[in-house]
Design a protein around this ligand. Sequence first.
Ligand SMILES: [Zn+2]
Length: 308
Amino acid sequence: MNTETPLWITHPACTLHEMGPSHPESIARLHAIQDRMIASGLLPMFRPLTAPLAPREALVRVHDERLVDALLAAKPTEGYIRVDPDTALNAHSSEAAQAAAGAVMLAVDEVLAGRAHFAFCAVRPPGHHAERRRAMGFCLFDSIAVGAAHALACGLARVAILDFDVHYGNGTSNIFRDDPRVMVCNTYQDPFYPGWVSDPDRPHIVDAPLKRGDGSAEFRAAVTSRWLPALEAFEPQLILVSAGFDAHAADPLAGLQLGYADYAWIGDQIRGWGERWSQGRVVASLEGGYDLHALARSVEEFVRASAF
Ligand SMILES: [Zn+2]
């Protein structure tokens, strides 16, 4: 097996979960990414895998049992079950959320076994707003957190989660606030949704806020001045990425001004950090990004830089 071949992991349920006809977190997002990856010639360079469904025992490592059981049981035969004003489940949503978390677990297994160095999980719903006790913000289970907890259960001692989605990853930092084995680094627009951040007294939670209107220079400076020194001290054995692309200037939901070159840059940085500390092991999972064209091109730039 060629470990240089990166992985592309998805599941059919991820294109069946939807939350209403005008919802920005739409099925069309995954189709746009897939189309762009085919048109660019990149997709055939990945080894495709179908995600397994994350088992209940993996979900309850990071979520309250009552939340897990409620979401696993929420399978409306018609219409939606709403969990917050922005977030709902249809008949396929709980399977999609289980598959999204299962994708990250499979990716972790593959990179830890040395069968690949990079994996991209093309999944939805996203996960990083889902806290230990509540689903919210388009997210049901925190997939990247499930993957990190799985990596710890596999014996790793230090895992980094890097989150460059425009929204603060409140779920992930909530879940790992008392577990310094997981370093959680965020860049995000502030103030903005969800409106709260982590406890600043925890050195393993590394927050790098950006202001509305900030762009390439501010983003790169934040990563270099805030994330990098923390990662250098931590030396992660595995890098997980909450890869949201809604900080792009074209995104309709947010006010940062990143461009395609910034997604190539952060992908290149992360690949280098992986080579330096983590035996090249990097697993990225899709979070936000709501302008379909900008999302698809940003994913292309990010994976081209981080996977090869
Ligand atoms: Zn977002």
